[in-house]
Ligand binder design. Structure first.
Ligand SMILES: CC(C)(COP(=O)(O)OP(=O)(O)OC[C@H]1O[C@@H](n2cnc3c(N)ncnc32)[C@H](O)[C@@H]1OP(=O)(O)O)[C@@H](O)C(=O)NCCC(=O)NCCS
Length: 173
């Protein structure tokens, strides 16, 4: 598959798992509203290098400034967000998730999340996926604004992840 158009963007490799996980935990511990950004463990990052999806990095010289984890659920995965939207079994086959995204505070304000999602959409579309779904806390304005500006729509709003309020955002690719 061809490289990404933006030279700052690359696919994460196994050797970068610890750095990604470190950014994830650093950002999570600095949140004013911790419930906006729920993180998983290191193994979750490891599984999203190539097994259950992929991870895109934004690099500034030799530093990872931010990342986006893309999950490619199976149609029968109970966590496939298409289930929350009553997707048909055919639609469930075409679902990709834009999952964990974080940008280190010193690199924010340049739309890095938007550029990462945009590159991920191109990649999942070329892999045959038809829907890009994700969740966002209704008051997580930087992330919500990014998604709205990429033409995601709020499909429903409900409690997810053991009782956390989330919009489920949808975009047809
Ligand atoms: C979400 C996050 C990745 C976005 O970082 P970023 O790409 O640098 O985002 P930006 O600062 O460029 O802002 C993106 C958009 O939100 C807008 N925005 C930023 N802060 C805002 C605020 N407080 N109120 C309203 N809009 C805001 C920006 O103007 C921009 O809008 P535009 O595209 O129309 O210009 C980053 O804030 C982060 O790491 N947050 C913590 C982790 C998190 O919440 N992740 C998302 C859930 S998985």
């Amino acid at each position: 598959m061809k490289k990404f158009q933006d030279p700052h963007i690359s696919l994460a490799k196994e050797s970068q798992i610890d750095e990604i996980y470190s950014i994830m935990t650093t950002v999570a511990t600095q949140m004013d509203h911790p419930e906006y950004y729920v993180i998983d463990d290191r193994n979750y990052v490891a599984r999203h290098i190539s097994q259950e999806g992929f991870t895109l990095l934004w690099q500034e010289v030799d530093t990872i400034a931010g990342f986006l984890i893309v999950h490619l659920p199976t149609p029968d995965d109970p966590h496939n967000l298409g289930r929350d939207l009553s997707f048909s079994s055919l639609q469930l086959q075409g679902v990709s998730h834009m999952e964990s995204a974080a940008v280190l505070p010193q690199f924010r304000g340049k739309g890095i999340q938007k550029k990462l999602i945009s590159a991920a959409e191109t990649r999942v579309r070329s892999l045959g996926f038809r829907y890009s779904l994700c969740t966002v806390h209704p008051n997580n304005l930087p992330s919500l604004q990014t998604l709205l500006s990429l033409n995601y729509e709020v499909s429903t709003t409900k409690l997810k992840y053991g009782g956390k309020l989330r919009h489920i955002m949808k975009k047809e690719l």
